[in-house]
Design a protein around this ligand. Sequence first.
Ligand SMILES: NC(=O)c1ccc[n+]([C@@H]2O[C@H](COP(=O)([O-])OP(=O)(O)OC[C@H]3O[C@@H](n4cnc5c(N)ncnc54)[C@H](OP(=O)(O)O)[C@@H]3O)[C@@H](O)[C@H]2O)c1
Length: 265
Amino acid sequence: MDTVLRSLFSSEEEELYILDCLSYFMIFMAVLTFLTLLFENVPYGRYSDRKYGFPVSVRVAWFIQELPALVVPLALVFWTASSKTGHLPNQLLIAMYFCHYVQRSLIYPCLIRGGKPTPFASFALAFVFCIYNGYLQVRYLSHYAEFPSDWVTHPCFITGSCLWLFGWIINLHSDHILRNLRAPGETGYKIPRGGMFEYVSGANFFGEIIEWGGFALAGFSVHSAAFAFFTCVVLSSRAVAHHKWYLSKFEDYPKSRKALVPCLF
Ligand SMILES: NC(=O)c1ccc[n+]([C@@H]2O[C@H](COP(=O)([O-])OP(=O)(O)OC[C@H]3O[C@@H](n4cnc5c(N)ncnc54)[C@H](OP(=O)(O)O)[C@@H]3O)[C@@H](O)[C@H]2O)c1
């Protein structure tokens, strides 16, 4: 793996420069995505559409598209001279990243009940994103990120880590509620109840946005901030779309429930 990286970059300075560029490009893509999503929903799940390519089984799609987010970072940590993995802040941030993606790529696909097939274009874009972001986050943290020696006691790290954990728990709990709305074999939709769904239609998305926002605060870099921003753009759009969809489908949909931010939005 080091040989591959050495053939791609002439020096560490050059690779770090490319990692910075990838972050700014991700922010640029998030802005473009935001504009696109004003006119179109991300086409998977209830918004699946054949015009975006042939359908891929939902479990296969989630497993394969998310796998690079796990495999690329594993290769970077174990098969390169990852010089910063001995430092506690780097270790903790890498651990947060892996906790999420072990669940998302290996466990989540097995738990899905009756999910709609994913159009090939959505699947392919998610696959590419997972390679891109897996390399960006974990290469930076494992080889370049430098933190002050007392960073783990800094209020940014402590607050960010707590937010990361809080968000992850909300995300897991909300996905669990959604899954249990369906009996095995069912594919229809019901009104989600309980947990953060009492307050917002996009409870799972709210959790994931808080999670990566916390990660960005704890990591305090443009690399983690770009990922949090991209996640926020995609998932807030999906929360708004789901909210409108629920209001149009269910007459008895709770009127006090917001789209994404409890009591506000
Ligand atoms: N970091 C990122 O950029 C990013 C991007 C996308 C997703 N994610 C995360 O990935 C997870 C799944 O995302 P998603 O967009 O697929 O979420 P979703 O649209 O809420 O769907 C999640 C699952 O629950 C089912 N479901 C949703 N609402 C339901 C209802 N009212 N009744 C019965 N079943 C329902 C869906 O089935 P159908 O397939 O039949 O709709 C699907 O299997 C979430 O945790 C999300 O935060 C992260």
